[in-house]
Design a protein around this ligand. Sequence first.
Ligand SMILES: Nc1ncnc2c1ncn2[C@@H]1O[C@H](COP(=O)(O)OP(=O)(O)O)[C@@H](O)[C@H]1O
Ligand SMILES: CC(C)(COP(=O)(O)O)[C@@H](O)C(=O)NCCC(=O)O
Length: 320
Amino acid sequence: MSITELAAQERTAAGHFDFSRAEWAALRQSTPMTLTAEELTDLQGLNEALSVEEIEEVYLPLSRLLNLYVVATQGLHHVANDFLGREPVKSPYVIGIAGSVAVGKSTTARVLRALLSRWENHLQVALVTTDGFLYPNAVLRERNLMDRKGFPESYDVRRLIRFLDEITSGHSDVEVPKYSHLVYDVLPDVERISTPDILIVEGLNVLQSWTGRTEDAPSRFVADFLDFTIYLDADHDLIRQWYVDRFLTLRRTAFRDPASYFHKYSRLSLREARKTALDIWDRINSPNLAHNIAPTRSRAHLVLQKGPDHRVDRVRLRKL
Ligand SMILES: Nc1ncnc2c1ncn2[C@@H]1O[C@H](COP(=O)(O)OP(=O)(O)O)[C@@H](O)[C@H]1O
Ligand SMILES: CC(C)(COP(=O)(O)O)[C@@H](O)C(=O)NCCC(=O)O
């Protein structure tokens, strides 16, 4: 056995495959995909900092793997229904994306939605973010939780589980609450969706089993409804930097809107704005990452490990 083979065997021994970026990117080669240059540019439009190389080397192989899993799972449902002699009920393949605030969950979710819906089987992909299931600010204030937004106890987990139960049972017009980062609160209006082929659920808490409040404890966990889970990981100092960078961008853009909850921050000097962002990070998002989010990483089927500039440099895939 060659040294490379031995090293590869050792890396897979712990119940998962561990790929370098080059190894992961090579998985795409065996099954080439046809995306036009125009489609690639379109995808890049989702986030101008996202490189075409990143889409090709990381997200295309991932969408290929997910597409195979979706098709195989649909096949399993089909044979199970045949066995039971039941009419098939449409049920989505549910993908969960977890990770810290500012690690890139929304961007990854949007890229995957775009890629998965481009496969030749024309899958219909819906995207739901768990921030809509946060308690409204009025409730958070009453419970003294305004500085705990994103912590387990700040979410109405029962409502999230009810939503997942309905959508995976094939109900139509299922209510999805919406969160606005502009007003920093849950909106009074809801969106309604009907069973898609794939549902992507993105949020800090999708791999958590603890609600933080005994009285809110549901009898099922969010993870019970997820077919495949992805954890986005990076060095915590890098994530803090991405949080601050996003805050500084928002200070020049969205915070300028007088309707923005953070409008007052648009008038801060660069130095003051940086200080404010670091303060929010240190008081709220960093402890939440350390205590409630990072410990859920080992539950994920796939971990994307990012380095500087959001470049994925390692991929860990759990063996089936
Ligand atoms: N793959 C990527 N390449 C470049 N920039 C990215 C990438 N993913 C996220 N970002 C940037 O990082 C910041 C956080 O990303 P976002 O998707 O909003 O994170 P989250 O949903 O986890 O809070 C944003 O400024 C976003 O533009
Ligand atoms: C709404 C959130 C809990 C969830 O963030 P997401 O990762 O879904 O963008 C987070 O953006 C947040 O508001 N955290 C509280 C501290 C802060 O204002 O950053």
